[in-house]
Each structure stands twice: as C-alpha cells, then as structure tokens.
Design a binder for this molecule. Structure first.
Ligand SMILES: [Zn+2]
Length: 256
C-alpha cells in the first residue's frame, strides 16, 4: 500500500483534489472506502469537525451529520471544549465541537437556521478581509449571527498561508483580524484557526507564538486526531468535512 502522503502528492499532480472539491458528492464517494475500516467515535475523545460553505442543497445533509454525531456524544461550545482540555470538565465519551471557516453567506442563510433548529452551538472563524466583499458575509450579517448566540474566531485578514509570510506580515494577519472582529462585533476574540492548517506547510511555531502574543488562547490546525484532557489549546486538531459526504466518508476523518 502507498503511504498517504504519496497518494496525496499523486492526487495533487493529477489535479484531482481540486476537481473533487468542486464535486463534493463524488469526493465523498471517493473518500468513503477509507472509512470502511474506521468506526465513528465510541471512546472518550474530543473532536472538532469543521465545514466551510454549506449551499442550500446540502442543508439536509448537514442536519444528518449533526444528528449522527450527536447520537454519539454532546456537541459542546469552544469554551466547553477548552475546559475539557484544561481538565475543568470531564470527558466521559466522545464529544464534538463544531466550527465553520471563511465567511460564506450560507452561514446566514443555511447554517445558522439549521444550528438553531438542531440546538447545536458553533464557532465561526472569519477571514476579515473578505467581509463585505461580493459573495461574502457583511458585518451586519456577522452581528446577527453573534446576536443568535454564536461565537467568532479569527481566520486571518487575507486567508494567506502564514508560512509564506515574513514575521511582520504574519503578525499583522493574526493581530489585525482579531482587532477588526472585536471592533465590528464588540466581542473579545481569543480563538484562531490557521488557513489550510497543516503544520510546517501552512504555518509554523512562529505563528503559534505570534497568536499567543496577540492574546489568543487557542490555535486551530487541520491535524485530525482526537484530543484529550491535557492537550494544548494552542494546537487544536480539527477534522474538515463536507455535508455532501456520506457518513462512511465522515468516518475516514472522525473516528476512534
Ligand atoms: Zn479557510
């Protein structure tokens, strides 16, 4: 069997990955066999599934994912998840902490209505430079989402790969986005999600340090393992999902 990195490289060469991303149902079918030998979480572990855009045709699928996960364990807020990591809240089985990245209008039109209906909380990681641009949320939309009881974190200003930035540029992406959300929404922003999220490739230790210096209490990556009490909040592992995926494909990312 080829190691996963070699497969990933090969897929990239073929341009398949981006083509699959544009066709999430096909992507889900391609990923599903990888979930065959995995099972959904059954033992204590903290998972951070996250999504991006959820177009209306996937609203029912998102609901299905959430209901499937919730049957396995509670959906907790980012605050509650950090309390688990700090040992202030027990982890007696699987638990799930949901987030969404970038700043899609479908958050307003699809995601928030589904979450309110399902009584599931979530954190929205905003790329501040996109807010107000055509095809993205406005600050007024974000304020309404805040008023509905949801939390916001930062996802940089320009959605840049932090590892490509010099020290000043990276610091600006991390600190300016925080300040802008705080100014616009009047809430303290203490959670950060790195664009793309792969350590060494997309961000480095320097960026984790810069986030800490800027006043963040958590730093999210796209590494996938379950987390447990004692793990660092400055190295959150999240599992990227698409609602179009069958549960078998979810299992390839969210498993024991
Ligand atoms: Zn992103």
């Amino acid at each position: 069997m080829q190691p996963p990195t070699a497969i990933r490289r090969r897929l990239n060469e073929l341009g398949l990955r981006s083509r699959l991303r544009a066709h999430p149902r096909t992507q889900g079918r391609v990923l599903a066999p990888a979930g065959l030998l995995r099972r959904l979480p059954s033992v204590p572990g903290l998972y951070f599934p996250f999504y991006h855009d959820v177009p209306p045709e996937y609203a029912a699928d998102l609901r299905h994912h959430l209901r499937t996960l919730r049957r396995l364990g509670p959906m907790v807020s980012w605050d509650e998840a950090l309390a688990v990591l700090a040992g202030h809240r027990p982890l007696t089985g699987p638990a799930f902490c949901l987030s969404f990245d970038d700043g899609h209008p479908s958050w307003r039109d699809v995601v928030v209505p589904v979450l309110l209906d399902e009584q599931v909380t979530a954190t929205f990681f905003l790329t501040t430079g996109l807010v107000g641009r055509p095809g993205n949320l406005t600050w007024a939309d974000c304020r309404r989402i805040r008023d509905a009881g949801f939390a916001f974190g930062s996802h940089t200003v320009t959605h840049t790969r932090l590892a490509d930035q010099d020290d000043t540029g990276a610091r600006r992406e991390i600190a300016d986005s925080k300040r802008e959300i705080e100014d616009e929404l009047g809430v303290e922003v203490r959670d950060f999600a790195a664009p793309y999220g792969q350590p060494a490739v997309d961000f480095t230790e320097r960026d984790v340090r810069a986030a800490k210096e800027a006043g963040y209490r958590s730093f999210a990556t796209t590494l996938r393992p379950a987390m447990h009490t004692g793990d660092s909040p400055m190295w959150i592992c999240r599992q990227g999902l698409h609602p179009a995926w069958p549960i078998m494909a979810v299992r390839s990312r969210v498993h024991d």
